[in-house]
Design a binder for this molecule. Sequence first.
Ligand code: SF4
Length: 289
Amino acid sequence: MVGVLGCMAERLKHQLLEEEKIVDLVAGPDAYRDLPNLVRQVDDGSRAINTFLSREETYADISPVRLNSNGITAFISIMRGCDNMCSFCVVPFTRGRERSRDPHSILTEAKDLFEKGYREVTLLGQNVDSYKWSPNADLKGKAQIEKARETDIVNFAMLLEMVAQVHPELRIRFSTSHPKDITDDVLFTMKKYDNICKNIHLPAQSGNSRVLELMNRTYSREWYIDRVDAIRRILGDECGITTDMIAGFCTETEDEHKDTLSLMDYVRYDFAFMFYYSERPGTPAAKKL
Ligand code: SF4
């Protein structure tokens, strides 16, 4: 029995199941609870598919079994999906709307990992800075959370503090930050706790405001530089900054590309994932740009 799971499965379901007929089972990123049922369907002789994208599923109550782990570092998923619509990105279509996980289940997982000997956790989300959770929202989607009372909301800075307090010997990292959402509160929380590693992955994608607008990144070059300045002001030069860059996005000129280079000179990144633009089918950039 061959199954494909996750967001690529969601994107390639038609090709995998019908055209190439190479798999028996396809489960999208929000359908893992349905796996026993899907496996049964394949046992009964049919192909099985569930790529339904949920507005609520966070798998909060399921603790991952960590195979092939080094026993020291682990990832903890704190949210799923993404509500941004960067024009080049396929994630909103394959992983669904943004949902934040109950902070208590995150803390339970972090404490459990510490007790098992792990000493470093990375809090994971497509856009960790927009983490928001409220006990009073019926649904865990962002629109519902926005309606909750301010005092009921747990935001990312608060979550970071809660995880940092699990144990001073547990090192905390997080990824990925979005330049439009990273707040000074998050930076002050990093400063306050020695066990929060001073490193921020802050994808720029481009150093030119016109290209950023085409990418629908919702910030300008100036905004990005303001956030970098805030990191330097609050955390000092010892805070590592890493990034993602795309070269040659639709209609980008040579001069606009040079703005990306000058941004790199300005920030002096510790590391960067750098790619030439490659089109993802179905995205706004592929359709319109
Ligand atoms: Fe969301 Fe990141 Fe994709 Fe933008 S690039 S839509 S923030 S996952």
